[in-house]
Design a protein around this ligand. Structure first.
Ligand code: FES
Ligand SMILES: [Fe+2]
Length: 425
């Protein structure tokens, strides 16, 4: 458990709070690039601040305060011009730093006036990578946007699924440190709600052992399921939680990132980023842009969807409440990853408060060229079904290109199956 105060310190995300200052040291995805192709402005709420993301007509991306500095209308209805975002009400224009650069009527009346120079709203750096737009809201000099290897691959197909979850980001991320939930929430409960069978499905073992190690980018998570040993991949290799709010699961064929982005204290922008690679020597179909979709959370009875893998996670996180009441918890052996992660968060928040640079930030362009992360080896074939598998509710938009990509692996050597990592966490 955590005290009420310690819980607040880790979960609050506004500027000036320990958690908020820590989270401001990292880049966070805020949109799929393709969203701006359809509509060049998007209201964004990030770390408790209301912002507007836009692409101007010269292609420059901006992320500025959402409300016009003149009389506070909503700039997500504004007009992207050649070099900035113009307010639709009286035509003031701001550039991507938030600086006001035009005030048409003021300039008519006072051609030599310098009013606009004194008008500035917040503006934050944004960068595009792998079909996602990332923002940084912390102090300068800013760290580099991490180039996780899978985001940089040319020869791959992708899908972005976005969920807007009414709960704090930390309970989403804690799930990534919690292997045992796989066996219950996904396997057992999944079998109950899908098949009415009160048992683990065939081929699913119970967890015998879980382990966690801090490494340079975060924490490596390991497990041994019944029928396996510490010699198997799930223990030997494990897979990473990138500090502070990212999970990566996968192998050489397919990978999934989960970004748990704090919108404010009680909301999370959850981005699942899927990458599928063709077999060596094969070419994946070309995607003009990375398709995205928003994931439905509830069914027609206004209940959380509970029969699809990731939606089961969303159900668990959201029903812990807007901010989980950690002072009421009873933690046990299954929670040792969560306990380690909270400790790491507290340490890193303190480090930031003391003026340091927290872990997993990048300042060396060479190191940041393409960051590789440990993952289990290829386990494709014996256990993983060929073809696109729906793991989030809604209509898939990439099934055809994914299936075409995966067909290239047909006949490739398959290794012995490994256990739980094939599942969401
Ligand atoms: S309110 Fe935006 S220009 Fe007047
Ligand atoms: Fe899960």
């Amino acid at each position: 458990m955590l005290s009420v105060k310690a819980n607040q310190e880790l979960t609050q995300v506004s500027a000036g709070t320990p958690g908020g200052e820590l989270m401001r040291r990292y880049w966070h995805p805020i949109a799929a690039t393709a969203e701006l192709d359809e509509r060049p402005t998007k209201p964004v709420r990030l770390l408790g601040e209301d912002l507007v993301l836009y692409r101007d007509r010269s292609g420059t991306l901006g992320l500025i305060e959402r409300f016009c500095p003149h009389r506070r209308v909503d700039l997500s209805y504004g007009i992207p011009e050649e070099n900035g975002l113009r307010c639709m009400y009286h035509g003031w224009m701001m550039d991507e730093t938030g600086q006001c650069i035009e005030q048409p009527f003021e300039e008519t009346v006072h051609p030599d006036g310098r009013f606009k120079e004194k008008v500035k709203i917040a503006g934050y750096p944004v960068e595009e990578l792998g079909g996602l737009i990332f923002a940084y809201m912390g102090p300068q000099p800013m760290p580099l946007l991490p180039r996780w290897e899978q985001l940089t691959w040319d020869n791959a197909v992708r899908e972005i699924c976005i969920s807007e979850l009414p709960c704090n980001w930390l309970q989403c991320q804690e799930n990534s440190l919690d292997p045992v939930h796989n066996e219950w929430l996904h396997a057992y409960y999944g079998n109950v709600v899908r098949n009415g069978v009160h048992a683990l499905p065939e081929l699913r073992g119970t967890h015998l052992k879980i382990g966690f190690d801090v490494f340079e980018h975060g924490i490596i998570k390991r497990r041994v399921e019944a029928g396996y040993t510490e010699e198997d991949d799930d223990w030997k290799e494990g897979h990473p939680i990138m500090f502070p709010n990212i999970l990566l699961v996968g192998d050489e064929v397919r990978s999934t990132f989960q970004f748990h982005v704090p919108v404010d204290d009680e909301n999370t922008y959850h981005v699942s980023y899927y990458v599928w690679r063709p077999a060596p020597g094969a070419q994946a179909p070309r995607q003009e842009s990375v398709p995205y979709r928003y994931v439905p959370l509830k069914d027609e009875n206004d209940r959380y969807i509970n029969d699809i893998l990731f939606n089961q996670d969303y159900l668990a996180w959201v029903t812990q409440g807007p901010v989980a009441k950690r002072h009421l918890e009873k933690l046990g052996e299954s929670d040792k990853g969560t306990i380690l992660f909270r400790k790491l968060l507290q340490e890193q928040a303190q480090l930031v408060a003391d003026g340091g640079d927290p872990m997993n930030t990048f300042r060396d362009p060479e190191q940041n060229e393409a960051i590789s992360l440990p993952l289990e080896h290829v386990k494709f074939g014996n256990r993983r079904r060929m073809g696109y598998t729906l793991v989030e509710a809604g209509e898939p938009v990439v099934a055809d290109v994914v299936n075409e990509t995966l067909e290239s692996w047909e006949g490739m050597r398959s290794l012995p199956r490994t256990a739980g990592a094939a599942h969401g966490a």
